[in-house]
Design a protein around this ligand. Structure first.
Ligand SMILES: *[C@@H]1O[C@H](CO)[C@@H](O)[C@H](O)[C@H]1NC(C)=O
Ligand SMILES: *[C@@H]1O[C@H](CO)[C@@H](O)[C@H](O)[C@H]1NC(C)=O
Ligand SMILES: *[C@@H]1O[C@H](CO)[C@@H](O)[C@H](O)[C@H]1NC(C)=O
Ligand SMILES: *[C@@H]1O[C@H](CO)[C@@H](O)[C@H](O)[C@H]1NC(C)=O
Ligand SMILES: *[C@@H]1O[C@H](CO)[C@@H](O)[C@H](O)[C@H]1NC(C)=O
Length: 452
């Protein structure tokens, strides 16, 4: 009961205090308290305050007064609107833009047409009391003559130039123009781009290590003089081989001759090379060789030459094979194949009655040739084992067939001889016994028969 009373007591005290004073009043948007009220923090009951629009804002009607009544302020009816400066006006030969508008804080942006130059401010702000500045003017552009150029001139010459007028520059003989050859009167009243300069270009005598000049030698080297170099033997150009005298009196591009080296020579199947190194100097040679059973075709030796490559191209290693071995008279060989591998052997033999002279076996060797050379077949010196009784001084001239024929001939001749002898004996006997006429004819015919 005591606690409730205390709380009620406190509440009534607070209500009584608020009813008497008001705290600082808050107006509508863009308003401020007028005069000395702006400095106060508490306001007694019944106090009347007046509001005003803040800077840049203007009243659009409504009461600006508020009264503190029972601790709270009566509502303020005042309306504040942002001030509008309105259009600033027109600019001859120019434009006025309002990127945001024409209200307080906004700006007017003035630009001049091409060929006109702005005199005055190009941005004007809308302030509390209207536009802050007067409008600028757009004056027609004109240029003063461009600055003189040392060792050069320009054309045409005039006291004043209109917008977009052009001057052409030139340099005295022996001088080189560096920069733009012409300039024009631009909208800022000056000639653009900046004037060129006239330069005496002289390059020093060209020098390139390990190279000799081949073209373009002169007494003096002026602008754009071109020289060509060639590297000394064993050296190679890295990049261009000619250079030019540039405007800065320097040769460009720089040239250089590098010592020629070769990388590994190409590898060859079934072969190798020596020496085996990571890099070879110009002129260094490499020898190729083939594995066993292979033969080298092409250049055995290649040399590191220009462009860092080995010349001539690498050889090849070809598997050695032999074609048919040579044929021999009165003999043959075996086996008989179209092709023989390296190391393969062939056996020769002679026909009957002939003896082999030389190597019986030949082998497919290097270069695809059978070694040693083929044998020969010679007619045997020992007579064949036949039972002929005839005494012949000559040795047999041929094979068995020939001998047989000869024997038959000999036999016929022998038989004829015997018959002739017999006939002769009979004839003699008949003559000796009686010389009759009728007997005469018979022996004669007999003789003829024997003889035929
Ligand atoms: C040539 O003109 C350019 C640009 O103005 C300048 O940078 C350069 O130094 C000039 N060259 C010489 C050799 O004067
Ligand atoms: C030769 O080269 C070929 C291909 O590389 C390979 O197949 C063959 O075995 C080689 N011959 C020898 C005898 O090494
Ligand atoms: C060269 O030597 C390298 C390294 O010893 C080896 O790998 C390569 O096979 C060799 N080449 C020849 C062709 O001998
Ligand atoms: C032996 O060879 C020669 C020459 O080719 C030939 O004239 C002769 O008939 C041959 N001999 C035999 C018995 O074939
Ligand atoms: C070479 O040829 C011979 C005969 O054909 C063979 O026996 C040998 O293995 C071959 N050698 C190589 C290295 O190929």
């Amino acid at each position: 009961m005591g606690v409730t009373y205390f709380l009620l007591c406190c509440l009534s005290l607070a209500i009584t205090a608020q009813a008497q004073d008001c705290s600082r009043p808050v107006g509508g948007p863009n308003m401020v308290l007028k005069d000395k009220d702006i400095l106060l923090e508490t306001f007694p009951d019944g106090t009347q305050v007046t509001f005003a629009c803040e800077v840049g804002y203007i009243s659009a009607g409504g009461s600006a007064i508020s009264i503190c009544q029972g601790g709270s302020w009566t509502p303020v009816r005042l309306k504040c609107e942002r001030k509008n400066c309105g259009p600033i006006g027109e600019v001859e030969n120019g434009n006025v833009d309002y990127p945001e508008g024409t209200e307080f804080g906004d700006r007017a942006v003035i630009t001049c047409h091409d060929g006109f130059i702005l005199v005055g401010k190009d941005k004007i702000y809308c302030q509390d009391k209207g536009w802050a500045n007067r409008l600028p003017v757009c004056e027609v552009v004109s240029c003063d003559p461009p600055p003189a150029v040392a060792d050069g001139t320009f054309k045409p010459v005039s006291e004043s130039y209109s917008y977009r007028d052009v001057v052409q520059y030139s340099c005295q003989k022996g001088y080189t123009l560096n920069g733009s050859i012409s300039a024009s009167c631009s909208d800022d009243g000056t000639f653009q781009p900046a004037p060129p300069s006239c330069i005496m270009v002289r390059c020093s005598d060209p020098q390139v290590d390990n190279a000799e000049l081949t073209e373009g030698s002169q007494r003096v080297y002026g602008y754009m003089a071109t020289v060509t170099f060639k590297c000394k033997t064993g050296f190679m150009m890295t990049g261009a081989n000619s250079q030019r005298c540039e405007i800065n009196s320097q040769w460009s591009p720089p040239l250089s001759c590098k010592l020629i080296t070769c990388k590994l020579p190409p590898t060859v199947e079934n072969g190798s090379f020596s020496p085996n190194k990571t890099s070879y100097n110009y002129g260094e040679a490499v020898q190729y060789s083939c594995q066993k059973n292979y033969t080298l075709s092409g250049a055995k030796s290649v040399t590191c030459s220009d462009n860092g490559i080995f010349t001539p191209g690498p050889p090849t290693c070809i598997l050695i094979t032999c074609k048919l071995p040579p044929t021999i008279e009165n003999g043959s060989f075996s086996p008989n194949k179209a092709s023989y591998n390296y190391g393969e052997a062939v056996q020769y033999s002679c026909q009957k009655g002939y003896t082999l002279s030389g190597a019986k076996s030949v082998t497919c060797s290097d270069n695809g040739i059978f070694t040693p050379g083929p044998p020969t077949c010679i007619r045997s010196t020992t007579p064949p084992t036949t039972t002929t009784t005839t005494t012949t001084t000559e040795p047999p001239t041929g094979n068995g067939e020939t001998v047989k024929v000869m024997l038959i001939v000999l036999a016929v001749i022998g038989t004829s001889g015997i018959c002739l002898l017999c006939a002769f004996c009979i004839y003699k006997k008949k003559r000796g016994s009686g010389r009759g006429g009728p007997d005469k004819e018979a022996p004669k015919s007999e003789e003829e028969v024997a003889l035929s």
